[in-house]
Design a protein. Structure first.
Length: 128
């Protein structure tokens, strides 16, 4: 099958030297998403709950462009500039994922691109 570059206008365009996602056989590697509005390419000016939703919506759009959905995510990495927002991640994530949940890491970082408070990347398995 080989390698396929995934691109969609329904998620923010890459702001650097990377692809939105890369599909290798049945595995899709989704690049990190921050709460950018895909139409304006501007960080949304909203509370952390809305920012987390925007990130999940961006990941969802890329997942769908790759022929899958968030239900196909097997690994999710979450990066937060404030770990006090971790409980909000759990609350919002429950609106986007059902059991069995993906494996996950939540990592506190000093800063993220464009001053974002949250970033997430994911790995999907499309073999089922």
């Amino acid at each position: 099958m080989g390698r396929e570059i995934i691109k969609t206008d329904n998620a923010p365009q890459a702001i650097g030297t990377y692809s939105q996602a890369v599909k290798v056989n049945n595995t899709v590697y989704l690049s990190g998403q921050i709460p950018l509005d895909p139409e304006t390419m501007v960080l949304i000016d909203a509370d952390i709950n809305a920012q987390i939703c925007r990130v999940f919506d961006n990941l969802k759009a890329v997942a769908e462009a790759a022929g899958g959905s968030l239900a196909d995510v097997v690994k999710l990495n979450i990066f937060l500039t404030d770990m006090n927002n971790f409980p909000i991640i759990n609350e919002v994530m429950a609106n986007y994922f059902q059991e069995p949940y993906p494996a996950r890491a939540a990592i506190g970082v000093a800063s993220l691109p464009k001053g974002s408070a949250v970033e997430m990347d994911a790995i999907m398995d499309l073999s089922r």
